[in-house]
Design a protein around this ligand. Sequence first.
Ligand code: T3D
Length: 264
Amino acid sequence: MSFTTIEVASGGPVARSTLNRPDRLNAFSPAMLRGLGEALQRLSGDPEVGAVVITGAGRGFCAGQDLNDPGMAAGADGKPDIAAVIEKNYRPLALRIQSMPVPVVCAVNGVAAGAGANLAFCCDIALAARSASFIQAFAKIGLIPDCGGTWLLPRLVGRPRALALALTGDKLSAADAERFGMVWQVVDDAELPSHAQALADRLAAMPSKALVATRQALDASQALTLSDALTLEARMQGELGRAHDFAEGVAAFQQKRAAVFKDR
Ligand code: T3D
């Protein structure tokens, strides 16, 4: 796959999408937003792909919306039409990641600001380099968190921390992001690519359908009563119990061999 501002490496069970505008700290241009969406769409239809890694080129992960993009001021009344940008670009991106048929690992290699930070939090598991940082930069330019930030932040860290992060726009270190539960692990900078690859390799060898159903059930549970969550668990578990991967997983356990999963 070839996109000007997204590098996609696929061909095995793990595909890697790299945001590639390093001189702009990988700030989102329209082409990069489009390219990432298209890359994820194509990878989601590739039966060889069992996990996706999203990372950034250079010293930054993603500095959010490109604030120099001329498209920012392209509203019909001459004023920026940010609602249109969100509906056209950020909504589909957040929903695409949340509905990928395989796990998505984010390897946050440097600063993640604005929509760049919330892109990382949309992913299933976020790893961060020790030198990485997270900034809800929106308030500093008169905006609210977007790319799912208002939904994700309170769920990740609770209302008091979510509000403090969003209102101050203060930079949060990778270590504090790990302490707050916003990222799964912080690793030394040099180890981030191999660590992300190893995690993605592991996930790609696991039963994709069950992993994705787990994501769906956890996300859905936020709006459910315990009773309704138990009903949903029973329904989803019922479906998984009739699928190939459950039979294969149990057979592999009994025969003391590695399981070969295939359900999508
Ligand atoms: O359409 C819409 O607006 C709606 C969507 C909104 C979603 C959003 O994401 S809003 C939030 C947008 N992002 C920001 O406000 C962050 C702006 N950037 C920064 O605050 C800082 O650059 C960082 C804290 C991220 C990093 O600081 P530092 O000191 O490490 O690097 P730097 O020198 O500021 O940046 C390096 C270069 O990248 C620099 O260019 P130069 O001077 O070398 O030519 C800088 O201008 C450029 N850059 C960084 N962020 C952006 C950017 N260029 C365009 N847009 C950016 N967001």
